[in-house]
Design a binder for this molecule. Sequence first.
Ligand SMILES: Nc1ncnc2c1ncn2[C@@H]1O[C@H](COP(=O)(O)OP(=O)(O)OP(=O)(O)O)[C@@H](O)[C@H]1O
Length: 280
Amino acid sequence: MLEVRNLHLAFDDLVLAKDMSFALEAGKVHVIIGPNGTGKSSLLKTLFGDIAPQSGNVSFDGTSLHKKQLPAWRQQFGYMPQDIKLDVGLSVLEVVLLGQLNALSLKLGDSLIEEALSALNQIGLLHLANRDVRTLSGGQCQMILFAQALMRNPKILMLDEPVSALDLHFQQVLLEHLDQQTKQKGWTSLMILHDLNLAAQYADNLLVLKGGELYAQGAPEDVLTPELVYEVYGVHADVVLDSMGVPFVRTQRRGLAAFENMKKSFIQPEFNQEKFHHAK
Ligand SMILES: Nc1ncnc2c1ncn2[C@@H]1O[C@H](COP(=O)(O)OP(=O)(O)OP(=O)(O)O)[C@@H](O)[C@H]1O
């Protein structure tokens, strides 16, 4: 169980988590959704120990995250940050293998190479194994980084917008693999998505962040309502159950005038003109 207790996280006066608490069960896919800039990536970085919160506690299976034990803490994670650039002269196979190598032991057995090739084969990218990663497309890079995260065989897998560059086929390949491995291996998987329909299809547990709060949490069919979509995003939408019983969110076009009435509640910090003049 990955637990967050009474987390307070802020950058100066921008508060991203106010006394936030939640617990994530193993063997499930947990999906975070929420508006741009609401603190989703910062929350993942906090769980990974990259950002120190002002207060609160993060623990996994009873062991708390402490600055002094960061390497051991991170050893438990597979973490795919947002928009990572693969700008090194390595082959695809080497990059996937990096998921298994820790900096102190660079021993490479045949079985590891087999495992990496098999991971590439499973996601349909074996043909890229010898390619220099600098020559890959954005979507190919994203898939390779996913294969690397899988190679770690992590206890906790965190993916920050892992399908943002993927076509429909590879979105499904990645998300189905994630779901299958999470359940088979008992991983605690936590992923940020912007696409509410993908979130509805793949989340066992949906966490909705807004204004520093965990605004809602639960099964997608319980959480995703037209009211919630409006309250969180300021967008009118229809939500219906599809043929599989999964919520389907379809936004309504109402023109720009629809935003005028609610602009104030959705534009967060005030623009400080004095500060701007000062900076000039
Ligand atoms: N190191 C930092 N110092 C100051 N402010 C930061 C820092 N990192 C992030 N922020 C701010 O914190 C807020 C939340 O950023 P974050 O990237 O966590 O949001 P997000 O919900 O993941 O956004 P998006 O959906 O756009 O990717 C933003 O306003 C961002 O500018």
